[in-house]
Design a protein. Structure first.
Length: 213
């Protein structure tokens, strides 16, 4: 660490370097957190960690690895459950008094970008599902990478995590990058007439562990 509390390290099993570029207190409606900004060297994208408590050498830390979703997180869109999951994760972490949300930028539409996500919505308006729409656009179904999340958890000193997710692919990817997952914490969000088809597709085609009962 240098005098600014900044550190430059490489994620295990990778040559990619991430800089810890800024950090401050962040009061929220869920209480006080600390925000950290990380940037892959040579890229402009800025990833964020919202941290509660000192996580150094901690085990079974409550963690949400959240993919940026402007429409869901910021605008309250009901086409997906992102905003609700983000809010629930922050609340759970606040209640536990410890944990982190790693907020990954550039993950819109499972990695295809905002404009393509909106194009996919247009196809969904015409009856395609969330997976078919990506394929119709000639785009992959999911190109999200989780290397920076593994790096952030290591930088914060986290030993093992309780991961808040329904997504088995995310668990596998994080484990591949060396993250020790002690437990999966299901994220149950309410289904609505607007998101039920989307959630069912995530369950049936992407293997998400959802329960509609
Ligand atoms: Zn979303």
């Amino acid at each position: 660490m240098n005098n600014n509390g900044e550190q430059q390290t490489a994620a295990a099993g990778s040559d990619k370097i991430f800089d810890h570029v800024a950090s401050s207190l962040l009061p929220t409606k869920h209480g006080e957190f600390r925000i950290h900004v990380y940037q892959p060297v040579g890229e402009t994208v800025e990833h964020v960690a919202i941290v509660k408590g000192d996580l150094k050498d901690q085990e079974r830390v409550l963690v949400r690895v959240h993919s940026e979703c402007l429409t869901g997180d910021v605008l309250g869109s009901m086409r997906c459950d992102c905003g609700e999951q983000l809010d629930a994760a922050l609340k759970r972490i606040a209640d536990a008094g410890q944990g982190v949300v790693v907020y990954l930028r550039g993950h819109e539409g499972r990695g295809i970008g905002l404009a393509n996500k909106i194009k996919a919505y247009q196809l969904q308006d015409q009856g395609r599902d969330t997976v078919e729409a990506n394929l119709d656009l000639g785009l992959p179904v999911d190109i999200r990478d989780y290397e920076v999340a593994a790096h952030v958890l290591r930088h914060l000193g986290v030993k093992s995590i309780r991961l808040m997710t329904n997504n088995p692919r995310k668990m596998q990817k994080l484990a591949d990058y060396g993250v020790l997952i002690a437990e999966r914490v299901p994220m149950l969000t309410a289904h609505t007439p607007h998101n039920i088809a989307y959630l069912r597709t995530k369950q049936e085609k992407l293997g998400h562990m959802l329960d509609f009962e």
